[in-house]
Design a protein around this ligand. Sequence first.
Ligand code: GLN
Length: 577
Amino acid sequence: MPESARTGSSFSGDCRYVFVTGGVVSSLGKGIAASSIGRLLVARGLKVGLLKLDPYINVDPGTMSPYQHGEVFVTEDGAETDLDLGHYERFTDANATRGSNVTAGGIYNSVIRRERRGDYLGGTVQVVPHITDEIKHRILLVAESSDVDVVIVEIGGTVGDIESLPFLEAIRQFPVDVGRRNCMYIHLTLVPYISHAGELKTKPTQHSVNELRRIGIAPDMLICRSESSLSTEIRRKIALFASLPEEAIVSGRDVDNIYKIPLVYHAEGVDRLILDHFGIDTSTPPDLAGWEEITRSAREATQTVRIALVGKYVQLEDAYLSVTESLRHAGFQHNCRIEVDWVNSETLTAQEANSRLSQADGILIPGGFGGRGIEGMIEAARVSRELEIPYLGICLGMQIAVAEFARNVAGMDGANSTEFDLETPYPVIDLLPEQKEVADMGGTMRLGADPVKVHEETVAATIYNEPVIYERHRHRYEVNNLLRRRLEDSGLVISGTSPDDRLVEIVELPEHPFYVASQFHPEFKSRPERPAPLFREFVRAAQLRASDREPDAQASASRSGFDGDTAAGAPSSSPES
Ligand code: GLN
């Protein structure tokens, strides 16, 4: 069968589909809503797959600036995806794959490639049915490739946008292939509080539901984001306009910790309603003990641990979303609150580094690209080495640690990465020969999970307690093997490498409370109930330092510090959801 004749006919009978759309405004936290629904279904013993459909034309977000779109989340199989995939993984504890994030650009790219090959046999290629068939095909692929009970599909953007129309049309058609009973439409809206009227207003929700109906989709459930819980009267009013039973109007009130949202949804009956809709037995209650424990720990933590996060994208906190979430996960484990001091490396001088960073309990340099702000990061790495402040370097943060050590300990004046200085006398970080030939920017880095050999009798070995680990990568540059020996002779310990020893994966300083840096990104595998080992131990070391300055720590604990969320679990600046 030519691929052009694709329809949803390859449906595998047992799978169910939950479609999550958003209305009224963007940034309502659709990704977290979809993830929370995922968590509840997992807690009910179901196997869940998640898919994010993004309406933009980029083939993937890998080439987008973090300022535009927040962090690029990397999956185990090496796809560069939307940051919502990070929420999916953290909430459902299942690994997303390359197929879990589809953009309009990716869809058009496949259809146009097929058209160029002549697959459409002279036919006119159109949005309906060719683009919509391709979208439906990608949804079915998630169901088939991962053998799941339920696929949760989040449609990026807001109902009413021009861009998301083909996606909405595809999900409107979807029940034709798989049966209406196997599809559930959940619409997330906003019920704003108008202070001068002293009321919550339902009109925007009514309009948004009407807009969805105009496209041909009648929602089965509304999750209404609002500052406080919806009153019975408001629920009744929305239910009447939306032609839904009152119980299908869910109050998604603001909370101070995103990890509470599955618990809030459960209390609202969301999981029961979904299972009822699909005709799945609801007699066994969900197992949410672990999540209750996390939220308890977050609520009861009194000690504050201050982490200076030194990077150049600090104006948009979403640029480092998985990093800050991983810090919080470690905080849950150690019963402490993490307060992040966002330090802009572009303006960080040696003097400010000395004064401001000496107040930190830990210093973290995350990943990044390009030369801006590099010297400020070098100063930060120097301060943590000299003042014995716990240090965690991730990817670029490891390369910075190596360059700083080379310059200031190993006597390699002017050492640098060739990413920032092609003329450096000591190119301690350099491109591998095979990367020198690469011209395209998209998808050409070292991406995804690779094995890392952890060397015996090192800090890394104690932390991981396993000889080989698998961690995710996203980078082009590596420690230069020609200068590696000289660094080691000066005292830098290489505690992790690729199994063939060719690539440096972890470095550490032995005579330091905690100075560990990795070429990989441990933040992509951290889970609220199971913090990534490097984050867990970094925060433990930072907590020890916080305890040493106990009076300060207590004073800080009583200040209103970082608690990660602003409203209803929506990262305030999330560009999409
Ligand atoms: N820019 C560096 C490289 O490409 C580091 C990348 C990163 O931190 N993700 O190697």
